[in-house]
Design a protein around this ligand. Structure first.
Ligand code: BG6
Ligand code: MG
Length: 227
């Protein structure tokens, strides 16, 4: 196995893969929608997975049938973010999703490089609160990219920072846009969630407790997924 893991690098999405922050995004967006006079459902929240903050706001305003100018949109996004940050500031190490810690520890023990590839601009606070920061050799988040998933920029930057070839990278993603971004980057991808929601991912697991380094080695030796 060691010669297969030798060049392997792993890139993790954050929200919904390592930690469950969707519930906080939901509460903060719902509070914003309610303050504007309409409701926001769990099903709508699902559609915002992997979508960056401003695009999420545009989708929500569209659902509520509300038009706002640029300055008002910026203000609404900051308001939502202030509520969201108040919630994630109270996160604890208990909010790390099943299997995350064990897999990160195993990867470290094997000397496999680890990066973050997230759309969130709040990733450093979340990693710090949940005690995961020290695992990462590189962090690429919403502050470091100009385009959002499904554009591959976030994963290409992560690979570059790790000094890894794209074909040696395995991306862990719970959002369809993220799976598409990984495929566009020419990387292997492990989907987290339900297979029907993540078409394109050859391997889909419920959470990170369902994967081992040996299985990652086997995945890496396969041909790259094609978009
Ligand atoms: C993604 C989440 O990881 O980050 C999205 O799945 C979220 O729901 C996006 O909108 C941006 O997050 P933030 O923390 O920058 O508002
Ligand atoms: Mg995610």
């Amino acid at each position: 196995m060691s010669n297969i893991t030798e060049h392997m690098a792993c890139i993790f999405d954050l929200d919904g893969v390592l930690v469950d922050t969707a519930v906080y995004h939901y509460q903060a967006w719902k509070q914003l929608a309610n303050s504007l006079g309409f409701d926001f459902t769990h099903a709508q929240n699902e559609q915002l997975k992997g979508v960056n903050r401003m695009r999420s706001l545009d989708m929500i305003l569209n659902w509520g049938g509300i038009e706002k100018n640029e300055a008002e949109r910026e203000e609404l996004a900051s308001l939502k973010n202030s509520w969201y940050v108040a919630m994630i500031s109270k996160m604890t190490t208990d909010e790390v999703l099943p299997g995350s810690l064990e897999l990160l520890q195993d990867l470290k023990a094997w000397g496999i490089k680890i990066a973050l590839g997230s759309a969130s601009k709040n990733s450093s606070l979340i990693l710090e609160r949940t005690g995961l920061t020290h695992f990462f050799d590189a962090i690429v988040d919403g502050n470091a990219v100009t385009t959002s998933k499904p554009d591959p920029e976030v994963f290409l930057k992560a690979a570059e920072l790790l000094g890894a070839a794209n074909k040696d990278c395995i991306v862990f993603e719970d959002a369809l846009a993220g799976v598409q971004a990984a495929i566009a980057a020419g990387m292997h991808v492990v989907g987290i969630g339900e297979p029907e929601n993540l078409p394109g991912a050859k391997l889909v697991i419920k959470d990170l407790s369902e994967i081992t380094i040996a299985e990652l080695s086997a995945l890496k030796s396969q041909e790259i997924e094609k978009g």
